[in-house]
Design a binder for this molecule. Structure first.
Ligand code: AMP
Length: 283
């Protein structure tokens, strides 16, 4: 695996490959890699001629300085995992390489109110930072295909809208959530959970699965209310949101008996760690 630290060196190599007609599959990450990330590398390997991963802990998408500081960094292990997955290229830029003109002069495209819902409501400026870094990375890497996980479902939708608004020539590929055997969605943040917190965290995916069953009998409002009530009873879980929404607009369905195209999305704090998860209901 070839490692690049600068835009210039990476672009020189990618430009040559594009001239040869090769497709470039790109997997942006913040490191602390796990099987969820590696599933994206493998999907990119299946679809594209060349696979490029980036590891960059993007400061502009963190609303809390403490969260940025505590973000796990496991560079040596990350490189070994990528190597084992036959990733071709790794881009490891510095903050200065990504934001040579400073971090604060980005105007995001207007993609509507979706940036203010769910994650956006609770993490001010988060999606502006995500769009900023993904746009910049796409312009640097010249990737033809962008692979993202549906674990961050809202992020995937928002990046798809950003790509369309900026008319970037890249195909979006959303890949399924990879879970631990017991159902917990894999996340770089899971390593920060205590043993007890890890057990409590299992309740998140369990309740999502239960909601998927309940929606066959009840309307979405009832299922949502029941889930919120359930989480509020658990002292170790500090629920930020649990919402059942239309999977294209992320707004509550217009018809309360709608069963099609729904997704349940949640965020919760356990042990001071913020976790997110989601499930497609009746699709
Ligand atoms: P991150 O390093 O957390 O920014 O994630 C990088 C990419 O990996 C994003 O597209 C995430 O959605 C994706 N990802 C993270 N966890 C998982 C998972 N458990 N399953 C599938 N994709 C994931």
């Amino acid at each position: 695996m070839k490692v690049f630290n600068t835009e210039k060196a990476l672009q020189a190599t990618i430009s040559l490959l594009l001239k040869e007609g090769k497709t470039i599959g790109f997997v942006p990450t913040m490191g602390a890699l796990h099987a969820g990330h590696i599933s994206l590398i493998k999907a990119a390997k299946r679809h594209c001629d060349v696979v490029l991963c980036s590891i960059f802990v993007n400061p502009t998408q963190f609303d809390k300085a403490e969260d940025l500081e505590k973000y796990p960094r496991t560079e040596t292990a990350d490189q070994a995992l990528l190597q084992a997955a036959n990733c071709d290229f790794l881009f490891l830029p510095t903050v200065e390489e990504i934001y040579p003109n400073g971090k604060d002069n980005y105007t995001p495209p207007n993609i509507g109110n979706i940036v203010n819902l769910q994650e956006g409501k609770h993490r001010e400026g988060h999606f502006d930072g995500v769009m900023q870094v993904v746009e910049r990375l796409l312009r640097i890497t010249l990737a033809t295909h962008l692979f993202m996980g549906l674990k961050d479902y809202q992020q995937f939708l928002i990046c798809s809208k950003m790509v369309a608004a900026r008319q970037l020539n890249v195909k979006m590929q959303g890949m399924p959530i990879i879970r631990e055997k017991d159902g917990l969605a894999m996340s770089s943040r899971n390593v920060r959970l205590s043993k007890k917190g890890r057990e409590t965290a299992l309740k998140l995916s369990k309740r999502l699965r239960k909601s998927k069953k309940l929606i066959t009998k009840h309307n979405y409002q009832k299922v949502e209310k029941k889930a919120i009530k359930y989480f509020h009873q658990i002292e170790e879980i500090d629920l930020e949101y649990f919402e059942i929404v239309d999977k294209t607009t992320l707004l509550p369905p217009k018809n309360k008996d709608q069963k099609e195209n729904l997704i349940a999305l949640l965020a919760a704090w356990i042990d001071g760690v913020r976790l997110i998860d989601n499930i497609f209901l009746v699709s």
